[in-house]
Design a protein around this ligand. Structure first.
Ligand SMILES: NC(=O)c1ccc[n+]([C@@H]2O[C@H](COP(=O)([O-])OP(=O)(O)OC[C@H]3O[C@@H](n4cnc5c(N)ncnc54)[C@H](OP(=O)(O)O)[C@@H]3O)[C@@H](O)[C@H]2O)c1
Length: 385
């Protein structure tokens, strides 16, 4: 029995993880589940899976969680320290699936504790990449990529040495606005932006997929996971999301991982690693798909991708600043208060204003995050005033 703790168990990745685990009750045992505010879904999952610990980040909901778990035998806890407790407590694998920089502290704690961490929470690695990879080296933690692209690269590398790799190629579906005009993008609504053509995901990552910031964050994530510089990480638009990413080796061979667009495939790979496990994901029918298309990303209509590469190449505090600005801008767009193109404009302005030194601890990352959030909020208030 593999003991699993799921951080962000009520989200899209968290629920898919639970789905797989509940299909293999003889292989996995849930030790801890966490959520931000969603007491009902957290308590329901804790009861179904006989979890030992359920943590709600919002301390004001502890009483509700205790009530919902009464008689279940599952311990209820709340707050930031309890999230860290869930990440570092008894488990063989921690699924890091909180969205945004909010996941950094517990994810880092799991890494520092030397855990095997299935990493979905890309923002944690983007904001604290050097610190997290150093911490993993020191503690002996293993980072297993859950993002479908990085999981595909991990599978395609199949243990090859990174000096045998000439480049990696991250595929991008292009999102819901791949072929939209600049005019249509100016008028895009939150509902249109979250309607991803191939994947069903949480709201924040769906908007990131529409701006291509998601691919930008993945570019930075790939740099930290695989240790390759920006110029050896390419982006290829591939609308069908069948090839999840590719590795080109120094001899010209290219290996790729293919599959239907169902996050349960990469999640299962991380859960079962170094073995494999069955999933209910639809099998790939290439004859029915018949053709696969590829193209270059349009950096004019999708400036977030260019900004992400600039942040990666600038290094230091730039990736954390990029992420913080994006998180505020996306939340404000989802609230209907700014336009779709404003997201990238705000990120651009925040990067230009960012003068913070490189973070030397995660407290420094939180300081950069706080400062950029304040600055971007002020920019938005200035625009809306
Ligand atoms: N969805 C995908 O297909 C996909 C694919 C690749 C990578 N990822 C990455 O995986 C991560 C999760 O994405 P998602 O789509 O699953 O997000 P989601 O559906 O929005 O779920 C987010 C989870 O995090 C919890 N959470 C939110 N804010 C929190 C906070 N301040 N403190 C503690 N917990 C918090 C939520 O709890 P509540 O339910 O209580 O709000 C929920 O459990 C993201 O980093 C995303 O980029 C997702």
């Amino acid at each position: 029995m593999k003991k699993v703790a799921i951080l962000g168990s009520t989200g899209s990745i968290g629920k898919s993880t639970l789905d797989l685990i509940e299909r293999s009750p003889d292989k996995f045992e849930i030790t801890a589940l966490t959520a931000a505010v969603n007491v009902d879904a957290l308590a329901d999952a804790a009861r179904r899976t006989n979890a030992r610990l359920a943590v709600i980040a919002d301390e004001s909901r502890l009483r509700d969680l205790e009530d919902a778990l009464q008689g279940s035998g599952c311990q209820a806890a709340a707050g930031a320290d309890s999230l860290v407790g869930a990440a570092t407590g008894d488990s063989d694998l921690v699924m890091a699936a909180i969205v945004g920089c909010a996941g950094l502290r517990p994810t880092m704690a799991a890494v520092e504790a030397g855990k095997t961490v299935a990493l979905a929470n890309k923002e944690a690695l983007v904001t604290a990449g050097d610190l997290m990879t150093e911490a993993a080296k020191t503690s002996g933690a293993t980072l297993l990529p859950v993002d479908s692209e990085h999981n595909a690269i991990f599978q395609s590398l199949a243990g090859s040495r990174i000096d045998q790799v000439s480049r990696i190629i991250l595929t991008a579906s292009g999102g819901p606005f791949r072929t939209a005009s600049a005019e249509a993008m100016r008028n895009a609504t939150p509902a249109q932006a979250v309607a991803h053509p191939n994947w069903t995901m949480g709201a924040k990552i769906s908007v990131d997929s529409a701006t291509l910031m998601n691919k930008g964050l993945e570019l930075i994530e790939a740099h930290y996971l695989f240790g390759l510089p920006s110029e050896r990480i390419d982006i290829l638009v591939h609308p069908q999301s069948v090839i999840h990413s590719l590795v080109e080796f120094i001899d010209g061979s290219v290996l790729a991982q293919l599959g239907s667009p169902d996050m349960r495939i990469p999640i299962a790979y991380a859960l079962a690693w170094p073995e494999r496990m069955p999933t209910p994901a639809q099998r790939l029918d290439l004859a029915a798909i018949a053709r696969l298309d590829f193209g270059e990303p349009d950096l004019e209509r999708f400036p977030a991708l260019r900004l992400s590469r600039e942040a990666l190449e600038a290094g230091g505090s730039a990736p954390a600043a990029l992420n913080a600005a994006n998180e505020v801008a996306v939340a404000t767009f989802l609230d209907g208060k700014i336009s779709f193109p404003d997201i990238s404009k705000l990120v651009d302005m925040a990067l230009q204003e960012n003068e913070s030194p490189a973070p030397r601890s995660i407290e420094d990352v939180f300081e950069i995050d706080r400062k950029v959030r304040t600055d971007v909020t002020a920019m938005i208030e200035g625009r809306c005033a």
